[in-house]
Design a binder for this molecule. Sequence first.
Ligand SMILES: NC(=O)c1ccc[n+]([C@@H]2O[C@H](COP(=O)([O-])OP(=O)(O)OC[C@H]3O[C@@H](n4cnc5c(N)ncnc54)[C@H](O)[C@@H]3O)[C@@H](O)[C@H]2O)c1
Length: 245
Amino acid sequence: MKVVMITGSAGGIGKAAAERFLTSKQWKVVLCDVNESMLFSTAEEFGNKYGSENVIAAVMDVSNRGSVDKAVEQALKEFGQIDCLINNAGITRDGLMIRMKEEDFDRVININLKGVFNCTQGVLKHMFSRQTGSIINTSSVVALYGNVGQSNYVATKAAVIGLTKTWSKEFGKRGIRVNAVAPGFIMTEMVKTVPEKIMAPLKEKTPLDRFGEPSDVANAYYFLASDEAAYITGHVLSVDGGLIF
Ligand SMILES: NC(=O)c1ccc[n+]([C@@H]2O[C@H](COP(=O)([O-])OP(=O)(O)OC[C@H]3O[C@@H](n4cnc5c(N)ncnc54)[C@H](O)[C@@H]3O)[C@@H](O)[C@H]2O)c1
């Protein structure tokens, strides 16, 4: 059995991803999230469904290095190895540039970008020592096109593409693959608050004529983590129904 550590997996895409790995019966899952109540209820749900020996819950704030290191330590103590890290946790704090608050800019950078740095560095020594592993970062369709009102978020999601390409070069000879997934608009809490007048035209521009489901992204994570993707690194896989802004 391999072990995947998924940040932000108490809900949304991360939770769907955890379930995708667990249903394969080839992976154990370390659920990581800052929302303790959601985290423990997801862990209990999956423990009941897929066996409590296959799931652990690690409370983790990706923006806090101490908390990340503690979660990695817990995962290694309980499961002995980490084969894949999915840097999925992310937030939005939208606002037009003219009035974006500095604290909203900093918060999004600290979670979406510094969090990816923290978690990757947290597992890296372990992966280097085993000369194998895979890291999957979560970008976004908006990193490729830009989006009004999301300067902070788009900056982090574009940066994550830069990290993916840089790390694929830096870690490749150590047997570690690094890829990114760039989801389009996926029906989770993150987009449920976006007004209909913004969502409707986006659906119009989506050739596959629907918004994405968390499982659509989960399947892409699963593929990139699997041995079927053994010769793929430094890639950004769009999962967006063909959406063009
Ligand atoms: N939903 C979309 O349309 C969409 C599109 C493109 C990219 N994404 C990206 O996909 C990822 C998952 O998004 P989602 O839609 O499932 O969001 P979500 O809000 O439904 O879930 C995010 C999870 O991350 C957790 N989280 C937040 N801050 C954290 C922190 N500091 N430390 C640890 N966990 C934290 C939350 O508690 C939550 O469980 C994010 O990186 C997001 O930017 C989402």
